[in-house]
Design a protein around this ligand. Structure first.
Ligand code: BDR
Ligand code: CA
Length: 318
């Protein structure tokens, strides 16, 4: 079993990452912290709690609201992709003011895999304020960046672009890191066929689940993926379906053997006129580097490919 902490900004694909983190058999989700990102930080915290509740989290699993703005830049939100409240169009979630929403989680004493599926402000603050706790992180895995590509500027991916300074702080932290870049998440397309199989009542990954809960969850996920698919079609022209970016981080924790990764030096461009937020991945090893995970080293494993069938199999099972 791997123990994970998820820092996120739900967000449709973050919501699917929460669902996988809750139900993946070899993962224990210890808690969730939330950040500004897809929408404001108050909404992402409430959205995380709504997801935990609707996805059947054990009582006691808590959401910790985190940073409301980036370290230096003004916040930016992405209503075009995720709706005004971050989970636009999703049916079957409890109301934001429902008193039953979860608030507390215990469970310390484990080495933790820390996952980030949003801007890295919280993680940068964590490693800066509590450097002595960095040792408790077994591995840090983040969805973000791209190798020579962006999605919210020609070269910058959204999570990095929102708080590039935070990402650079984290990349220079002495801890094992794995980056799940756009190049990989853009292969994890939730096609119409996969969306249809979600609604297929003959498929029940875990026969212990009560059929009613399963069909409610299916309906919620189906509305979520439909909104996300429409947003990706109208904004980016993705006709086949949306990329399930954030869920790929959970698959990596659960089944790393499904990935090919290579270790590189990765930095974030902080001052370029056209390139702020770009992840500069030194694929030819130009910079002299040692094999440490910090400022002088090849600091990051970068995922190169994933077996996406594994992702959708896991999604349906969960
Ligand atoms: C990332 O940005 C957000 O829109 C998604 O939730 C994902 O974390 C993809 O660039
Ligand atoms: Ca996200």
């Amino acid at each position: 079993k791997r123990f994970i902490w998820l820092d996120c900004d739900p967000g449709h694909d973050d919501a699917t990452a929460i669902m996988l983190a809750l139900h993946c058999p070899n993962i224990t989700l210890l808690g969730i912290s939330t950040t500004h990102g897809n929408t404001d930080s108050q909404s992402t915290a409430i959205n995380a709690a709504r997801c935990l509740y609707a996805f059947g989290a054990p009582s006691g699993l808590r959401v910790y609201p985190g940073a409301s703005k980036p370290l230096l830049l003004p916040p930016r939100y992405d209503a075009e992709i995720h709706g005004e409240d971050g989970l636009g169009g999703v049916e079957g979630l409890p109301d934001a003011s429902d008193p039953a929403l979860p608030t507390w989680q215990g469970g310390a004493g484990h080495k933790v895999c820390m996952i980030s599926s949003g801007p890295m402000t919280n993680v940068a603050l964590f490693v800066s304020i509590y450097p002595d706790l960095v040792d408790a992180i077994e591995e840090f895995v983040f969805m973000g960046g791209g190798v020579g590509m962006g999605n919210r500027s020609p070269v910058a991916e959204w999570n990095i672009l929102c708080d590039p300074h935070a990402a650079q702080i984290v990349l220079n932290t002495l801890v094992k890191k794995t980056m799940i870049p756009l190049n990989v998440t853009h292969t994890a397309i939730v096609t119409k066929t996969i969306r249809a199989s979600l609604l297929d009542p003959s498929y029940n990954g875990n026969p212990d689940n009560p059929p009613e809960a399963v069909s409610n969850l299916r309906h919620t996920l189906s509305t979520l993926l439909t909104f996300f698919a429409d947003a990706y079609k109208s904004t980016f022209g993705f006709n086949d379906g949306p990329p399930l970016h954030d869920a790929v981080t959970i698959l990596y924790i659960s089944q790393p053997e499904l990935f090919n990764c290579t270790r590189f030096r990765v930095d974030v461009e902080l001052i370029g006129e056209h390139t702020v937020g770009e992840t500069v991945v030194d694929i030819w090893h130009y910079k002299p580097c040692d094999l440490t995970w910090g400022p002088k080293g090849r600091n990051c494993l970068v995922a190169q490919s994933v077996n996406v069938n594994g992702l959708f199999k896991l999604l349906l099972e969960c």
